[in-house]
Write a protein that binds this ligand. Structure first.
Ligand SMILES: O=P(O)(O)OC[C@H]1O[C@@H](O)[C@H](O)[C@@H]1O
Length: 280
């Protein structure tokens, strides 16, 4: 969890968070200016329920000091965006709950990076930083996407609009679509099918919003290898990598992700350093 609060390009407010023994969270802001502030930018990487509470307490503390302050909140990874519907009776609509929490302060403007779906955007009214904007900050990935030998790989139906926008932005010569094959009785994903013929000598660039455990991309990379792809690259805006990167050994040659999740430096991983400018 990391939260920074900027009141200008040069000045940051220091926020200290502690936990009480009953489980409650607490915030203390230091170095607040004497005069009320008019605008602040909060960058928050929320990774837990405590982190979400910290963010809400922080905003409350800012508003008590400066009741009319405009808060710009940058939440690169929007927690609960993947829980964007009720899948079965008895479950919560988690993204709706998250959106209600975010709406506690009506003056706030929110920006998220590469939102998982339109549902989270419509519930939060957040501005979506498009993946092509983030990719454009990596010269090597941008060059690769423009290369005549590159094939852009669209991992599933949900990713079609995102991949088509990336193809248009970088003029990628060709796109190949994939289809998730499910067990009809359980709905469980069995494998991903790459809908293409031989890809000898090609570089495949798979793009998606999130890489979690990596199963989606392992399946696709196996399919691409079977079609003789020469090189396989993955771009996922949010690299959770919950099973580590070794699961891609021998399958994916290079991985690009943004800095919404921070990882130790590894040879096969390129983290694109992206952030909104203050007041931008
Ligand atoms: O296969 P892993 O990496 O676990 O999960 C990533 C997939 O899960 C979806 O929410 C993402 O949009 C992506 O397609």
């Amino acid at each position: 969890m990391s939260i920074t609060v900027q009141i200008s390009n040069q000045i940051q407010i220091i926020a200290q968070f502690i936990g009480f023994s009953g489980g409650e969270r607490h915030v203390q802001l230091t170095n607040l200016p004497e005069e009320p502030m008019t605008e602040v930018l909060i960058r928050a990487n929320v990774r837990s329920s405590d982190g979400m509470m910290d963010l809400l307490l922080l905003e409350d503390a800012l508003l008590r000091h400066s009741p009319d302050v405009q808060i710009d909140l940058e939440l690169p990874y929007l927690p609960y965006a993947r829980q964007d519907r009720v899948c079965a009776t008895g479950q919560a609509f988690s993204m709706d709950v998250m959106a209600k929490l975010l709406h506690l302060h009506p003056k706030r403007q929110i920006a998220v990076w590469d939102a998982h779906s339109a549902v989270s955007l419509s519930l939060t009214q957040a501005h979506n930083v498009l993946p092509e904007t983030i990719i454009a900050h990596s010269e090597s990935l941008s060059t690769l996407l423009r290369d005549q030998n590159t094939v852009l790989i669209c991992p599933d139906k949900g990713a079609v609009p995102r991949c088509e926008a990336i193809q248009k932005a970088f003029n990628t010569p060709r796109m190949v679509y994939c289809e998730k094959k499910r067990d009809p009785s359980t709905g469980r994903i069995l494998r991903s099918e790459v809908l293409a013929d031989d890809l000898s000598g090609k570089t495949a660039v798979i793009t998606d919003d999130i890489c979690d455990g990596g199963m989606t991309f392992i399946g696709i990379a196996q399919g691409l290898r079977a079609l003789n792809c020469q090189r396989i690259v993955l771009y996922a805006t949010h690299g959770i990598f919950s099973k580590g990167l070794s699961v891609f050994d021998g399958l994916i040659d290079q991985i690009y992700t943004s800095n919404s999740f921070i990882h130790a430096s590894q040879p096969q991983l390129t983290q694109i350093n992206f952030q909104h400018p203050f007041g931008g």
